[in-house]
Design a protein around this ligand. Structure first.
Ligand code: NAD
Ligand code: UGA
Length: 430
């Protein structure tokens, strides 16, 4: 099928490459010329496992190409995905100016029937606004349909998530659009849920908020575990084996970050507010998440007392492993909090260092994790990279000024760590 994806970011690029990998002719459009120039050369602006190879392969087969020219994309495709960013405004609601701009530009270029699909995460009723905008700017009165097709991929496992989804949600109000979208996704063999557009839009915000709620819930349970000497990892296992609860998203830690959970939670709270409902539950989810970052500081203070003039080694900057994404990464706010207390910071991350250099100031960037430990008063783990699983603790202990490890991701066995002579604290473990 002929597909245009507008916005070649994390979602647009993965969507474009995967659809091309499935044998569709895909044109990826972005108004960031620098990004498109890189992509044309086969260079990927983000770190996402497997993406580089897939882009290269599909480009060579001429199933995927990149352009800044939206006219090219729209003219040569029947399905138009909008995959631009929907960042939060100051008041928490989603900023839809990029979605509006793209809807307008698509409408101005349409010469034949199109299905215009929102893949961006948008507040409920955005589909109606897109339809209204397209109607206004579509001077030649070309027929079109609107669809909502929220994306559930995770960074770090994006290609696998896209190609093997638990379900595909398609919100439509026309049979023609339903048939086209079902045909596009049929090769994936995943369950397809067809709904009205508003329900599809809500599914995305409700799903992300639910997952965020699960994380805050287990973090709250972790706080009780710490107070009574229980172990949250055992509690999570005992809960998660109940199929009604499920084992995933029950890892206690420094809290969730990323470009989506914090933003989508705030957006859903605002959507509720605008419609006369006070979604208090989600407000508490946000509050608990913030408290987890403060908790890390408390643990550090407990272990090494004053932070002023102490050197803290940070292992992990990305908001989770297998990505270089630093958007709303807990590490960034924790480092800023530590600097406010007067601590010196050394950092190491396997993938996010280049991006971090543009954000963090007065920080020592270390070439490897052992240099981060060198002469530090404590080591703090903030991302669960595989590389951190197999540390040489003897070496680490020798390098640290004092053998203190605060583990914000519960990566190690507390008893073993203490046996090796570390002052060790995880989250909700004993
Ligand atoms: P991103 O910032 O990585 O990419 C957005 C891209 O859109 C950028 O490259 C930008 O240059 C481009 N763009 C903006 N305005 C444009 C315009 N007028 N014309 C052409 N290109 C334009 O964002 P992202 O992380 O890919 O997220 C996109 C959407 O998908 C958001 O709504 C997000 O909530 C949602 N989403 C993201 C993820 C994720 O894991 N990142 C997962 C599911 C859903
Ligand atoms: C999340 C959702 O999982 C995707 O389904 C969704 O498509 C995406 O948001 C989106 O809308 O953008 P992502 O943000 O890439 O994906 O990463 P997750 O794996 O969900 O992790 C989010 C955050 O929660 C990370 O900071 C992670 O460390 C944290 N987390 C996750 C925990 O603290 N505990 C857990 O048990 C799981």
């Amino acid at each position: 099928m002929k597909v245009c994806v507008i916005g070649a970011g994390y979602v647009g690029l993965v969507t474009g490459a995967c659809l091309a990998g499935m044998g569709n002719k895909v044109i990826c459009v972005d108004n960031n010329k620098e990004k498109i120039d890189l992509l044309k050369k086969g260079k990927i602006p983000i770190y996402e496992p497997g993406l580089k190879e897939l882009v290269k392969k599909t480009m060579q087969k001429k199933f995927l190409y990149f352009t800044t020219d939206i006219k090219d994309g729209v003219t040569n495709s029947e399905i138009i995905f909008i995959a631009v960013n929907t960042p939060p405004r100051k008041n928490g609601e989603a900023d839809l100016c990029y979605v509006e701009a793209v809807s307008r530009e698509v409408a101005q270029q349409m010469k034949s029937y199109k299905v215009i699909v929102s893949k961006s995460t948008v507040p409920v009723e955005t589909g109606k606004k897109i339809a209204q905008t397209v109607k206004i700017y579509n001077k030649q009165k070309v027929s079109f349909d609107i669809a909502s097709n929220p994306e559930f991929l995770r960074e770090g496992s994006a290609i696998g998530d896209f190609m093997h989804p638990d379900r595909i949600v398609i919100g439509v109000n026309s049979k023609k659009a339903e048939t086209i979208m079902k045909k596009l996704y049929k090769p994936l063999g995943a369950p397809i849920i067809v709904t009205d557009i508003e329900s599809a839009e809500i599914i995305k915000h409700a799903a992300n908020s639910f997952l965020a709620m699960k994380i805050s819930y287990i973090n709250a349970v972790a706080n009780i575990c710490e107070r009574v000497g229980a172990d949250v990892t055992q509690v999570a296992r005992g809960m998660g084996l109940d199929r009604r609860i499920g084992a995933e998203f029950l890892s206690a830690g420094v809290g969730f970050g990323g470009s989506c959970f914090p933003k989508d939670l705030s957006a859903f709270i605002r959507i509720a507010e605008k419609n006369g409902y006070n979604f208090e539950l989600l407000k508490v989810v946000k509050k608990i998440n913030q408290e987890q970052k403060n908790l890390l500081l408390k643990k550090l203070t407990r272990a090494i007392w004053n932070l002023k003039d102490k050197t803290i080694g940070i292992l992990g900057l990305a908001f989770k492993s297998n990505t270089d994404d630093l958007r709303n990464a807990p590490a960034i706010s924790i480092i800023e909090m530590l600097q406010k207390e007067g601590a010196r910071i050394k950092v190491y991350d396997p993938q996010a260092m280049e991006k971090a250099k543009k954000i963090l100031k007065n920080v020592i960037f270390c070439k490897d994790l052992y240099l981060t430990a060198q002469d530090s008063d404590a080591l703090v783990i903030l991302t669960e990279w595989n590389e951190f699983k197999k540390l040489d603790f003897k070496k680490i202990k020798k390098k640290l000024k004092t053998p203190v490890i605060i583990d914000g991701r519960n990566m190690y066995n507390p008893a073993l760590m203490r046996k090796q002579g570390f002052t060790y604290e995880g989250i909700g473990t004993k």
